[in-house]
Structure formats: structure tokens, C-alpha cells
Design a protein around this ligand. Structure first.
Ligand code: ZN
Length: 267
């Protein structure tokens, strides 16, 4: 008991002395950074629980989320690249996207919940592209909401600001046009994209190409996959040079695809 009291007094005195110097002792009961990092974990946990409920505990979705949360925590806690507000807004955007895409699945055999895709796109942006800009991370999470769900640009502007809505607009196709026209316009418009939108496009194409390489949608013929690779290549090659790491990753996947076709080709 005496020892305990003594330690407490010594710690308290050290804390006061430390504060006077502008120095923060690492383990005190009122250490601010420790308190904030605890809430960061709680905030992440609440998004994980929400996502698990929306995506019916899908293993792939939760795996993607855990990678995402790890990137986000590193940016926030270790690199101090994000403020608390930015950190929580990014998680709010993830919750929003999860709800919007709730009833959609990917076209693969396992019918993976669609939200696995926007989270994966944000992951590529953060880990391969080393993008830390919160507006870009949020726009990556929301990039398919207007095109594929009942979401308006107005709603995005109100919740996440003009910058984010602008990026989402740049990467959203006009659904009034035919699929063929939309794909053609993506090639034509690629060179006019802003640097931010170009990076989201790169991460999006990277995700879809890796998915096609490992896990083609049901019923896709080799011809159709070939055409997708050719089309994606013509889009990414016309985008402004905005992120060499992402571009290099795409080039690798494209090469890998054609090499695998070369080996299986019948002469
Ligand atoms: Zn997408």
C-alpha cells in the first residue's frame, strides 16, 4: 500500500513537472493521446459491427474492412496525416456506402456483397497509391453510389462536401447512354479527368482487373474478358499521370493476364 501510494505521488509529481516543461509523460491517467486512440478503436469497431450486420458477416467483406481499418489507423495514429474529424468522416462515408449498396452483389459465382468493391478500391488507393487525402478516400468509398444506387450528388454534397461530390461526378457514367456509348466515353474523357478522379479510376480499374484475373463473372467468355482488358488499358493509358505506383500495378496485372493467355493459347 505504501509503495503504491509512493508510486502514485511520484507519477503525479512527474506529470505536473512534465507538463510544465511542455513534455507529456507516456503513462498517466490523463494522457490525451491515449484517450483519443482508445476512441479510435471504438469508432472502428462500431463501423465493423454495422458492416457485419449489413453484409451478413461475409468473410471477404470483413477481411477488406480490417485491411482498410489498419491503413486508416496508421494514417491517423502513427503518421498523424488525418485529424479526428477527417478520420471519423471517412468511417461515416463507409457506413453510408454500406447501407446504399446493401442489397447489391458482385457478378461472381459467390455473389459477394457489393460493398467489398468500394472498400477494396479505397484500400488500393491507400496502400498501393499511398493516398492520404481524406476527400479522395471518401470519394473512392462512394464512387459507385450515384451510378448504382438511389443516391444523388446533392446528398453527397450535403454530407461530404463539394470536393467529394465533384470527384464522384467525374467517375460516374451517364446511365441514360447505352453501355457501348458509356465505355467509349470513358476512353475519350480519360484525358480530361482531374488528378484526384484519375487516381480513383486507376484504383477502380486495378480492382476490377484483379477480380477478372482471379474470379471471372459467371458466363463471361474468354473474348469478353480479352475485350475488357483491352478497353481498360486504353482508358488508363489516357488518364493524366497522377499516381505511378497504381499505374505500375495495373500494367503488371495486364501483363500477367496476356502472359497467362499466351501459355494457354492453341496454335
Ligand atoms: Zn467501381
Amino acid at each position: 500500500m505504501r509503495n503504491y501510494l509512493l508510486t502514485t505521488i511520484v507519477t503525479a509529481v512527474a506529470a505536473i513537472a512534465g507538463q510544465a516543461d511542455g513534455f507529456r509523460p507516456h503513462v498517466t491517467f490523463n494522457d490525451q493521446p491515449e484517450m483519443v486512440s482508445e476512441s479510435a478503436e471504438t469508432r472502428i469497431q462500431s463501423s465493423r459491427e454495422h458492416l457485419a450486420a449489413v453484409a451478413k458477416n461475409d468473410t471477404l467483406v470483413l477481411e477488406r474492412f480490417d485491411q482498410f481499418a489498419q491503413n486508416l489507423e496508421t494514417f491517423y495514429r502513427e503518421e498523424r496525416a488525418l485529424s479526428w474529424d477527417q478520420f471519423t468522416t471517412i468511417l461515416n462515408a463507409l457506413d453510408f456506402a454500406a447501407e446504399k449498396h446493401q442489397f447489391q452483389t458482385r457478378k461472381n459465382k459467390a455473389e459477394t456483397p457489393y460493398i467489398s468493391h468500394p472498400i477494396g478500391v479505397a484500400n488500393h488507393l491507400m496502400s498501393i497509391g499511398e493516398v492520404k487525402d481524406p476527400d479522395l478516400i471518401i470519394a473512392a468509398l462512394l464512387h459507385d453510389t450515384v451510378g448504382d444506387t438511389q443516391t444523388s450528388f446533392d446528398e453527397i454534397t450535403k454530407r461530404f462536401g463539394k470536393e467529394v461530390a465533384g470527384y464522384v461526378k467525374e467517375v460516374t457514367d451517364d446511365k441514360n447512354l447505352s453501355k457501348k456509348q458509356r465505355k467509349r466515353l470513358q476512353v475519350i474523357n480519360a484525358s480530361h479527368q482531374s488528378n484526384g478522379a484519375a487516381q480513383i479510376k486507376l484504383a477502380d480499374k486495378l480492382y476490377n482487373l484483379i477480380d477478372l484475373l482471379n474470379n471471372s463473372p459467371e458466363g463471361w467468355t474468354r473474348d469478353r474478358v480479352d475485350h475488357y482488358f483491352e478497353w481498360a488499358e486504353s482508358v488508363v493509358n489516357r488518364l493524366p499521370a497522377s499516381n505511378p505506383e497504381l499505374k505500375q500495378a495495373i500494367d503488371q496485372v495486364i501483363n500477367q493476364y496476356w502472359e497467362s493467355q499466351d501459355k494457354s493459347a492453341v496454335y
